[in-house]
Ligand binder design. Structure first.
Ligand code: NAP
Length: 319
């Protein structure tokens, strides 16, 4: 994908951290002109500087996607500065762990305001502009939980299912036009979302394994913009649970709660609003350190296994 986005104007929301930041790096490598949006100033500026270091023209425009006026200003600023927006990546999202009864209603609303209405705000202001030009691509960064149920995540799952519904319908309504809607459905990705999200369970949150690298997810965002098919999955193992949920719903729904309780919520933790109401500037980074942590555990085990195998072969040869 050498400089496939040269001359293209790309807006990425949630670009101060995780998948959005990794996608911004990849768009920068492909020569895009980038506008990065998120609430935080400091880490968004840092992300824009990283893109410029990769050779791209990149600016940061702090924006809360849940605020319709701020989203309108973002889109107006970009279109008056560059004349158009070719690709808009709706990636910004908030995450909450908590049983429904543990999750404050205000927190639930904040998640839906960001993860659903954030897209509605952007699409509403993009469409008149894209209609006039006859072209534009909206990349929804959804989640495998846009399709799957997951206990302890009612707000997140509700918002992700709803956003997929919106973008799916728009995909149908704009079929055979130059305006494209495409959805990325990532499984667990190594980002700071698990450290930064809200958590009302009294347990510490961990990503549900297996965890895919954030760089792979960033490249998938760029591929979605380049080849906007209806759905693109990142991470096959969790994606294979989608047919299980619909073909064997009894079995699937028996497994989900023990799975989350065993792998994702371990050890005691203080209840927290996380980054719901204020951005986690200091906690923003491209990856969450989860893959590196896993490697620190699995590498010595693999080495020990390999040495034991070599020793066993050597002993057998001596006999
Ligand atoms: N990590 C995973 O396992 C995973 C799996 C499936 C799908 N996803 C999806 O991937 C996308 C990115 O998640 P991530 O894992 O990269 O999370 P992340 O590292 O926490 O990044 C989330 C980004 O969204 C921004 N954001 C949050 N609320 C915002 C708001 N109201 N307005 C503007 N920006 C806002 C955050 O920056 P500020 O705090 O500075 O605003 C940050 O840049 C999300 O849509 C998420 O649902 C993630």
């Amino acid at each position: 994908m050498a400089h496939r986005f040269h001359g293209k104007i790309v807006v990425v929301t949630g670009a101060s951290s995780g998948i959005g930041r990794a996608a911004a790096h990849e768009f920068a490598r492909q020569g895009a002109t980038l506008v990065l949006a998120a609430r935080s100033h400091e880490s968004l500026e840092a992300a824009a500087a990283e893109c410029r270091a990769l050779g791209a023209d990149a600016v940061a425009i702090p924006t809360d996607v849940a605020d319709d006026h701020q989203v309108r200003d973002l889109i107006d600023t970009v279109t008056s500065r560059h004349g158009r927006i070719d690709v808009f990546v709706g990636n910004a999202a908030l995450f909450v762990y908590g049983l429904f009864e543990q999750t404050p209603t205000e927190a639930f609303r904040r998640v839906v305001d960001t993860n659903l209405y954030g897209h509605l705000n952007a699409i509403t202001h993009l469409l008149p502009h894209w209609r006039e030009r006859g072209t534009g691509t909206y990349v929804l960064v959804g989640s495998i939980q846009s399709l799957l149920s997951a206990p302890y995540q009612s707000a997140y799952v509700t918002s992700k299912h709803a956003a997929l519904g919106l973008v799916d319908v728009l995909g149908d309504e704009f079929a055979h036009t130059g305006i494209r809607f495409t959805t990325l459905l990532p499984s667990t990705i190594d980002t700071p979302i698990y450290q930064n999200g809200a958590n009302y369970t009294g347990k510490t949150s961990h990503p549900l394994p297996p965890t895919v690298s954030v760089e792979r997810a960033g490249r998938a965002v760029v591929r979605s913009a380049l080849h906007p098919k209806r759905y693109r999955y990142v991470g096959r193992i969790q994606a294979s649970l989608v047919p299980l949920q619909y073909v064997f719903p009894g079995l699937f729904h028996k497994l989900t709660k023990p799975m989350v309780e065993t792998f994702a919520l371990r050890g005691r933790g203080e209840p927290t609003d996380g980054n719901l109401y204020t951005p986690a500037d200091a906690g923003n980074a491209t990856d969450g350190g989860w893959v590196a942590k896993r490697r620190r555990v699995t590498r010595p085990l693999l080495w020990a296994g390999a040495l034991a195998a070599v020793a066993a072969v050597a002993l057998r040869a001596r006999r």
